[in-house]
Design a binder for this molecule. Structure first.
Ligand SMILES: [Zn+2]
Length: 470
């Protein structure tokens, strides 16, 4: 049983797709004028996790995430850089794909770009005008008439009159109602523009998503997602346009991902308190960032702080230490401890990944205990289960040694460590304990931990501050 929190209903609801075993999912994607920051990456990782789990449950998922490749920010940035908007957006789309691939984010099935859907947007605007839900203002721009949508405001339980008072502050004279919003704006000189029945111009932001979701997923689809900050006005306005045009409730369930915060403030480009994914990927292995994003519930805000990433690294170190010591084999029978059931119960409860991580830690403890007790076969099967369950969320698939030595990307340094470990092994064979200890201390000072066992000595990077047996 899968329950998903629907923002529109303000509660968790049993997930029932419109068509049996098929899921249509639309997520509002990036406006590509800069590198992705950690807040964008969280939305990508969360929906990647959702899609992976739905596919694991055997749903055939059609995942669409748009790319906004024309808007004021893009036009201004291209001007500042003295490059074309096409060159700018192409560059940042490539960068987004590169960064996401490192995080293990699978590409959506479709990534429609706004500029490829001008005809569909114009059709939709014309349809809305025919229905009396859109009009041309005095300045020539086309607006959506909010009065044509009786349930406007219901999505976020907002009082329309109050919204109207708020919108009066920056009222554009050409609008009939302060809440009306632009569907098509006429081009200013030098701006990119497209032909339309109302003259050269470009679309408003909201109409993009209504037109592209209709084209890619049809008049009704199962899930629509995005960051929590998109609820108003973007998603409210999408609902108004789509439901009016399609004559139906277009979206069945709305999923929103909480903010990434820095010092309790939302991370955003406009506040200037953002970290690009690129910067963070230079400091931490990609899997640590992915784990950090999945370790908290997707709807809660998360604070981005170095010690949280360090904790994520320690958590992964614990998992990988358990997997390093035991050969992971797929279990051939249901294992004690109910790990499978608890995992799926947590995932079925609105993708409760913090609870999932607690289950995986219990499983890791079990592997360590079995290993210590010499129950090699059972330990192997539990390790296989850990790898399998974590794999559903897209992590813990690396070779343990690769992860545990992750910061040693310099081949020469790794070889130097290997050489010292060898000298120390010889010293130990010759019972030259003082030399063996001296080498251990030298490596420890460099953050290299040595572990001696029957087969010899192994090394790994950094002490996680965590007992391998915990
Ligand atoms: Zn959107």
């Amino acid at each position: 049983m899968l329950n998903i929190y629907n923002t529109a209903a303000r509660q968790k609801q049993p997930f029932q797709p419109l068509k049996e075993n098929q899921v249509g999912l639309y997520v509002c994607g990036m406006t590509v004028y800069d590198f992705c920051h950690v807040g964008h990456a969280r939305v990508s990782v969360v929906f990647d996790m959702v899609v992976r789990y739905l596919r694991y449950l055997d749903y055939s998922v059609h995942y669409v995430r748009n790319i906004t490749d024309v808007d004021d920010k893009i036009i201004n940035r291209a001007k500042e850089n003295d490059e074309t908007w096409q060159a700018l957006t192409e560059r940042f789309i490539t960068a987004m794909h590169e960064d996401e691939a490192k995080l293990g984010v699978m590409r959506p099935d479709e990534e429609p770009r706004a500029t490829d859907y001008m005809a569909e947007m114009i059709d939709m605007i014309e349809g809305l005008m025919e229905k009396g839900a859109a009009y041309q203002g005095e300045t020539g721009d086309i607006y959506f008439a909010v009065k044509a949508c009786p349930h406007y405001g219901a999505f976020m339980q907002q009082d329309v009159e109050q919204l109207r008072v708020g919108a009066r502050v920056d009222l554009v004279e050409a609008k009939l109602d302060p809440l009306d919003f632009v569907l098509w704006k006429l081009a200013k000189p030098g701006e990119p523009s497209w032909e339309s029945p109302w003259g050269e111009g470009r679309p408003g932001w909201h109409i993009e998503c209504s037109a592209m979701s209709l084209h890619c997923l049809g008049k009704q689809f199962d899930l629509h997602g995005g960051g929590i900050d998109l609820c108003f006005p973007h998603h409210q306005n999408e609902i108004a346009q789509s439901d009016t045009y399609n004559d139906t409730q277009t979206v069945n369930g709305w999923m929103h991902v909480g903010h990434v915060q820095v010092n309790q403030e939302k991370m955003s480009k406009s506040l200037g308190n953002f970290f690009t994914l690129r910067e963070v990927l230079k400091q931490y292995p990609a899997e640590v960032i992915r784990y950090f994003m999945l370790a908290s519930h997707y709807r809660s805000p998360v604070n981005y702080a170095e010690d949280h990433l360090e904790s994520a690294k320690q958590a992964l170190t614990r998992f990988y230490l358990a997997l390093r010591d035991v050969e992971a084999k797929a279990p051939d029978e249901l294992l004690d401890g109910d790990f499978d059931r608890r995992f799926h119960e947590a995932m079925g409860d609105d993708f409760n990944t913090p609870e999932v991580m607690a289950v995986l830690f219990d499983l890791t403890r079990k592997i360590n205990t079995l290993h210590q007790e010499g129950e090699a076969a059972k330990a192997s099967q539990h390790a296989g289960l850990l790898k399998h369950l974590a794999g559903i969320l897209g992590f813990l698939q690396d070779d343990p040694s690769t992860f545990l030595r992750a910061d040693i990307d310099d081949q020469d340094e790794a070889q130097a460590i290997e050489a010292l470990v060898k000298v120390r092994d010889e010293a130990r064979e010759n019972k030259d304990w003082s030399q063996a200890d001296a080498i251990r201390d030298t490596l420890l000072a460099k953050g290299i931990v040595l572990e001696d066992n029957d087969q010899g000595t192994r090394w790994r990077k950094g002490d996680s501050g965590c007992d391998p047996q915990c």
